[in-house]
Design a protein around this ligand. Structure first.
Ligand code: FAD
Length: 378
C-alpha cells in the first residue's frame, strides 16, 4: 500500500543511518564472549568486522544479577571461557565468594585480555530483515550486518505460569529473578513453586528463617550419582533433538533430574522437603487445592524457570507453529529459516559449557555461510 505523503511543511521521521559491520553478537555472557573469541581467532576484528552489544551496565552476563548467597560452592560449575581459566581471575580459591562478584570479575578481565570492546549498555530492541543485510535497532543507534549471533540468555524472560485467581492475591508475588535474601521473608509464610535446583536452593535458605510450603507440578525427580559427563551428554541430546524439530526447549530439570547433594540430605533431615502437589487456584490470602484445602501465604515465590530472551527477533518471524525456532548445524545453533542467524546459549547450549562450545561452532559456521573465512587476516 502506498504510504501517505507527509503534510505540507512536515517531514517524515528521519531514518537513522546504520553502522555497517559483518557480524553482530548480541549479548556478552558466556555464549556471546565465546563466540566473540572464536570470531577474533579466525581473523575478524572486534569493533570493526564484528560488534558485541550488551544491554547490561557491566561485564558478567546475567551472573551480575544473581542473588548474593549464590556462591562458587552452591553453583553447579562455571566452565572456563576459551583461552583463559576462571581460576586465573580469582584472588583466592574461596568457595564462599558470591558468583555475582566472581564471574563478572572474570568476564571483565577476559574482555580486557582479548580486547573484545563490548558496546554497553546497548539494548537491542528489534532485528529486521533488509534483504542482503539485517538491521539491528539498539539504544545506541542502528547496525547493518550480514550475520547475527544471538546470545541473549534467558534471565530477561522469567516464566510464571497462569493460575486462576492470581490477580486477587493480596500478598507478594515474586520470581527467582527477584530473590535477594531469605531475611526479606522473616515472619512471613512463603509458598515456593518449582521442582528445579533454584527452587530447592531458595527453599533451603528461606526455610531456615521462616515457614514454607513447597509445591511442584510433578513429583521431584531426585537422582543419586554424580552429574558426570555421560549424564550431561544424555541431557543435552534430549534438548538438542527437540530444538532441531522446532519445539521449545524443555526445562533443565526435566532433563537432568535433581542430584541428591549433602544439602538436600540435610533438608530432608530438617523436614522441609515435604513436597505438595500443585494447587488449583490462588486466593486473596493464599492458595487452594482442588480438594478444598487452603494454605495462607504472604509470599508466592515462583521458581518456575525462564524462556529464551528472543523478543527482539520477533520481526524476523523465526518461530514455527510448534512454538520453537528450528535450528540446525553441528551444535544446533543455526536458524533453519535464516542461516545468517545463530542462537547460542539456547536449548542444548544453555549451560556454561554448552555456551562455550556453541560459541565456537556458531562462529565457524557463520563465517562459512558468509564466505568470510578465507579472506580475513590478509
Ligand atoms: P547470559 O549470561 O544471560 O548473558 C546474556 C547477555 O545478553 C546478558 O549480559 C544480557 O545483558 C544480554 N542481553 C539480553 N537481552 C539483550 C538485548 N535485547 N539487547 C542487548 N543485550 C541483551 N550453568 C552452569 O553451567 N553452571 C552453573 O552453575 C549454573 N548455575 C546457574 C544458576 C542460576 C540461578 C541460573 C538462572 C542459571 C545457571 N546456569 C548455570 C545456567 C547458565 O547461567 C547459563 O546457561 C549461562 O551462563 C548463560 O550464558 P549466556 O551467555 O547464554 O546468557
Amino acid at each position: 500500500m502506498p504510504q501517505p505523503l507527509p503534510a505540507p511543511g512536515k517531514t517524515s521521521a528521519p531514518v537513522r543511518v546504520a553502522l555497517k559491520t559483518d557480524i553482530v553478537v548480541i549479548g556478552a555472557g558466556q555464549a556471546g564472549l565465546s563466540a566473540a573469541y572464536h570470531l577474533q581467532r579466525q581473523g575478524l576484528k572486534p569493533g570493526k568486522d564484528f560488534r558485541i552489544l550488551d544491554q547490561s551496565p557491566e561485564p558478567g552476563g546475567a551472573w551480575q544479577f544473581r542473588w548474593p548467597s549464590l556462591t562458587l560452592s552452591t553453583v553447579n560449575r562455571i566452565h572456563d571461557l576459551p583461552g583463559m581459566a576462571f581460576s586465573d581471575s580469582l584472588e583466592t580459591d574461596a568457595p564462599l565468594v558470591p558468583a555475582r562478584e566472581a564471574v563478572p570479575t572474570y568476564f571483565a578481565a577476559y574482555e580486557r585480555a582479548f580486547g573484545l570492546a563490548v558496546l554497553r549498555p546497548a539494548r537491542v530492541s528489534a532485528v529486521a530483515d533488509r534483504g542482503q543485510r539485517l538491521r539491528v535497532e539498539t539504544s545506541r543507534g542502528a547496525f547493518s550486518t550480514r550475520g547475527l549471533i544471538n546470545a541473549t540468555g534467558t534471565w530477561e524472560k522469567p516464566f510464571i505460569p497462569v493460575y486462576p485467581g492470581a490477580e486477587t492475591f493480596r500478598g507478594k508475588t515474586l520470581h527467582t529473578k527477584d530473590y535477594h535474601s531469605a531475611s526479606d521473608f522473616a515472619g512471613q509464610h512463603v509458598v515456593i513453586v518449582g521442582g528445579g535446583i533454584s527452587a530447592i536452593q531458595l527453599l533451603d535458605e528461606i526455610s531456615r528463617v521462616t515457614t514454607t510450603t513447597w509445591v511442584t507440578r510433578r513429583p521431584p525427580a531426585f537422582r543419586s550419582g554424580p552429574f558426570d559427563e555421560d549424564w550431561g551428554r544424555k541431557a543435552v541430546a534430549i534438548v538438542d533433538e527437540r530444538v532441531r524439530k522446532g519445539l521449545e526447549p524443555n526445562s533443565v530439570v526435566s532433563v537432568t533430574g535433581l542430584p541428591v547433594t549433602p544439602a538436600i540430605e540435610a533438608m530432608r533431615a530438617r523436614g522441609v522437603l515435604e513436597r505438595q502437589e500443585m494447587f488449583a487456584e490462588i486466593t486473596e490470602t493464599g492458595v487452594r487445592w482442588a480438594d478444598g484445602r487452603e494454605q495462607r501465604a504472604d509470599v508466592i515465590l515462583w521458581c518456575t524457570g525462564f524462556r529464551g530472551a528472543l523478543d527482539h527477533l520477533a520481526p524476523l518471524n523465526l518461530r514455527e507453529p510448534t512454538g520453537g525456532i528450528t535450528v540446525t548445524g553441528r551444535l544446533a545453533t543455526q536458524v533453519a529459516k535464516d542461516p545468517r542467524i545463530h542462537l547460542v546459549g539456547y536449548g542444548p547450549s544453555a549451560s556454561t559449557i554448552g555456551a562455550n562450545r556453541a560459541g565456537a561452532a556458531a562462529a565457524r559456521e557463520l563465517m562459512d555461510t558468509l564466505g568470510l573465512g578465507e579472506n580475513v587476516g590478509v
